[in-house]
Ligand binder design. Sequence first.
Ligand SMILES: [Zn+2]
Ligand SMILES: [Zn+2]
Length: 112
Amino acid sequence: MKKRRKKVASRFYQEEGECFLCARLEKYPMYHKELERHHIYWGCHHEQAELYGFTVNLCAHHHRGDEKGNKDAVHSPDKNDYGDYIKRWAQNEFEKTNTREQFIEIFGRSWL
Ligand SMILES: [Zn+2]
Ligand SMILES: [Zn+2]
């Protein structure tokens, strides 16, 4: 049987129903019934993000976009700055209690 790694709670506090980006951009409804878990550092850093709780909750609009595609989603193929914005924010938060060297040890590089 394949070993399942335990899901780690996010290290970042969010209100219930709160989308990380909605809460900061303020032009969308503030409460969401359904939220999706986004790994802040994805791709080859996906596992480390899971392991260290580098995840945030996003609404579908800001996570995957919609069927028409929108530029507001972090995984949108269209270039936007939201993904990088969250990466920089999370690193900043991490460095309040840890060093940059520790961050680079986990994720291989700095976004700041
Ligand atoms: Zn949102
Ligand atoms: Zn995601």
